[in-house]
Design a protein around this ligand. Sequence first.
Ligand code: NAD
Length: 712
Amino acid sequence: MYAGQSVTLKMADSGIAELILDANGASVNVLNAHLQDELGQALAALGTRADVRGLLIYSAKPAFVLGADITEFTELFGMQAADISRWAGKVHGLFNTIEKLPYPTVAAVNGMALGGGLELSLAADFRVADKAAKLGLPEVTLGICPGWGGTVRLSRLVGAEAALGWMLSGKPVKAAQALTQGGLDAAVEADQLLDTARTLLKEAMAGERDYLANRLRKQAALDNNAATAAAMESLKQTLGKGLDVRYPAAPAILATVTSAMTEDFHKALAMEAKTFGELASGVEAKNLVGLFLNDQYLKRETKRWAKQAHPVAKAAVLGAGIMGGGIGYQAALNGTPMLMKDINQEALDLGMSHAGSILDRSISKGRMTEAGKEKVLSGIHPTLTYEGFTEVDYVVEAVVERLDVKRSVLAEVEHKVPDSAIVATNTSTISIDLLAEHLQRPDKFCGMHFFNPVHAMQLVEVIRGSQTSDETVATTVAFAAAMGKTPIVVNDCPGFLVNRVLFPYFNGFNRLVMDGVDFERIDQVMEQFGWPMGPAYLADVIGLDTMVHADKVLEDGFPERMGHDDRPIIESLLEQDALGQKNGVGFYEYGTDEHGKRYKRRSEKVAAILEQRVTRSTEITDAEIVERMMIPMCLETARCLEEHIVASATEADMGLILGLGFPRFRGGALRYIDNLGANLFAAQADAHAECGPLYCLTDDMRAMAESGKTFY
Ligand code: NAD
């Protein structure tokens, strides 16, 4: 009946037409412009046939349809809201055509139906899925709402509360849950899927199942009465409570669904399209889509490196402290047995018990079993000696951050492992080239910089020294990925990428404080901006000793920009034994009050220091605080790109997002400059020129501002 490159329509037996989705040359089906076009043509062909009495829709791929083609969103989201709504309306038209067919329709969902894929299946009268299938509407994670009828059909089919559960979390649900909630009509073994779907269709064609009743259920509005209004209001209150308003999609989905439930079906679809257009034309959706694409890029880069990688069957970590313990745990969790060596038995015991408590938390959340825990723990082998090191392919050094200690430990371990083994360091600040100076095999040495806490932080900076070989980088990238992390390759420099751009931000903070701006206000403003914690709180969490140490490394590395005229406040705090959270006193004091409630309040130590050291006062707006904090960080990121410390804007921004918690909805430092416009960013930087060289544009940035060029 119709044979396209991705859609085929054929007549099967007894009046059943089959619509088969099988994107030509691709491993998955996505509803891109091409597939939409072919779907339209197939439906037009179907409309001309008088002999069809039922329609079966299925996929010839391992999954049904994974959703829209997100690579098409970059261009689409640049359009006006009304045009984007019209674009969504076109697909509404296609799905409405399926829903209006004068005979029953069944979708057989295999593997996965996400976003637009699920919405396509919702256009059918019945849905059968294989038991292992996952169904979901993940649009919220991209800053948008489902735009092809999902907010309307799913809410009417399973109820607003259940549907909002799917839409607000964005997480796919298993077939069993979808079946219980009413989103599916059957869930069967994968090899029974098509037969069951055909049988169901035949039953509907024979009048044994009321397909029109099913159809109506997806379209019927709730009665517009006081009880419905109260129920919707209660949903808004309960589900709205935990939503982060800086991410506008979730509140918009909640508002649209709760107000559309009493509306006529077509009016509700129009409301959905309007919300979709508004969200998709907003900057948050552009940034979140950008992040999704950035993430895809990183995955491709990792795959590319992995081709040159050597297998890591067994590894070791030196040091069982905060980082070494975490690295050992993370590798064992992901199936690489780890020797964990320390010079101190207590540290080894602590490392093991720390791993145990992370696993216990996973057990209490239902994500791990006792047997699983034992298996992970048996993969970590604590040791005080180098026994077994002749068998390892990879060593990560995570001993104390001292050049002399690291140098001697690295030189020692090089002799204990096979010549083919790679030795990496988890240093956060010391130059890879400096550490490589006394090594026999500097080509097999690089940085493998994890972030704290290792199990929770996604990023690993893979630092290439000037003598590091491609194979070493490749094996490190592959090993980090095998540990479930996202590696980004950077070149060696003080602070590497992430700490190099973090400390200019702290310098901006220090200057603001010295200018008399209250640090708690700065924290509030930056948290409002989107950071998980403000700079003073973050410094306390990192530890003021670590902060001062790293700050000195960066000051030495970049004295012209990161040197201080006067001692930074963190140094004054450290002199008074304020270490931050680790000893309960930093910018804030941390403790538990007489009612057992934990508190965080302005510390007396900082109050005394500020009283003594801060002599200025400054009138400043919240927007200016943001500028003075963000400009040094953004400019340093641009410098890292110019100096090839990092290879692309994508990797730079992802490094900040995954390593520092840069607000996701802002898309990263370079995306932030793009969104402002390089000219406006330059004007802001110029306006703060008196704050010092960290606010000075590079020549390249100046040229960008003049030409209107962008990073993306
Ligand atoms: P830590 O003090 O918690 O642990 C260091 C461990 O190394 C201790 O258990 C110590 O006994 C052990 N050790 C010392 N000499 C040793 C030797 N010769 N052989 C084996 N073990 C030895 O320190 P940490 O916070 O885990 O930091 C370790 C490394 O990771 C440092 O280079 C640090 O800069 C880096 N790092 C730390 C963080 C962080 O936030 N803590 C983040 C990223 C990177």
